[in-house]
Design a protein around this ligand. Structure first.
Ligand SMILES: Nc1ncnc2c1ncn2[C@@H]1O[C@H](COP(=O)(O)OP(=O)(O)O)[C@@H](O)[C@H]1O
Ligand SMILES: [Mg+2]
Length: 251
């Protein structure tokens, strides 16, 4: 990591409210080139809303600035943020069920980077996301939940993004599937894609993330390496409440 390289993502004072509920409240952080950056926090703490306002899908922020590899993308619509190299997946698997897996990936490729030569081929995207040849020919409506999650990753990475944001990819998966997902994440990262991972499955998050931002009620609790995160009393309190914190401290 060279000192002169700009952060792959800088989020400055991001905010999003729904009526009187402030879902994301003055959140700032940076993701460095090549990093796997984790985001954790209890349900409803604003993780998905933060992804939404960073990617612009389905809505923009009320306030804040978003800088992608040194370029301000705050005013850009979602598809232009994607073309600049910012890709995301969703908590619920989404795909065009009437198209084959390969066709889904090819479609995402068409909407890919400004310079199409920068994109991966469909075959490379299949390999990177560990989708089998057999599955590639099936209709997206017929494949397993895990394959659909991998398809969502393949459509996000086919454009060879600078940054891939994954929203709880391990939800609902078996332990074996989570192990394979870990390999996919690590391999994508090795291929040069920086990653933001929102994840409730802490063993996965803590084993791949270099740093973790913990949110609670829309606000930053702390940002630090996994070993600091798991013993930070503020994090324990955010997850378990004050009583839980006292129990853990007394133990
Ligand atoms: N589209 C929306 N309209 C109204 N409230 C929303 C919307 N999206 C999220 N919220 C609320 O914002 C808060 C944060 O939600 P979310 O970002 O989904 O949390 P997380 O992903 O951490 O579980 C929650 O209280 C949720 O109910
Ligand atoms: Mg969420």
């Amino acid at each position: 990591m060279s000192q002169s390289e700009p952060s792959v993502l800088r989020v400055e004072h991001a905010r999003k409210a729904f009526g009187s509920l402030i879902a994301v409240n003055d959140v700032s952080f940076s993701v460095e080139q090549g990093e796997i950056f984790g985001i954790a926090g209890p349900n409803g703490s604003g993780k998905s809303t933060l992804f939404n306002i960073i990617s612009g899908v389905p809505f923009a922020a009320d306030a804040g600035r978003f800088i992608l590899a040194g370029q301000d993308v705050t005013g850009l619509r979602a598809h232009l943020r994607f073309r600049r190299g910012l890709a995301r997946t969703f908590q619920t698997e989404t795909a065009f069920d009437c198209l084959s897996v390969e066709e889904n990936i090819d479609l995402a490729r068409v909407y890919g980077p400004d310079n199409p030569e920068e994109a991966y081929g469909v075959a490379e995207a299949l390999e990177l996301s560990k989708i089998s040849r057999h599955t590639a020919e099936m209709n997206a409506g017929e494949i397993s939940v895990f394959d659909k999650k991998k398809l969502m990753i393949a459509t996000a990475v086919v454009a060879r993004p600078k940054l891939l944001m994954l929203d709880e990819p391990a939800a609902g998966l078996t332990k074996t599937e989570i192990d394979e997902l870990r390999e996919v994440i690590v391999e994508l990262n090795r291929a040069g894609i920086s990653i933001v991972l929102v994840e409730h499955v802490l063993p996965l998050l803590l084993s791949v993330a270099q740093r973790v931002l913990v949110l609670n009620q829309g606000e930053e609790v702390m940002t630090g390496p996994p070993d600091e995160m798991i013993k930070d009393p503020r994090v324990i309190e955010a997850y378990l409440g004050r009583k839980g914190h006292d129990r853990v401290s007394a133990a």
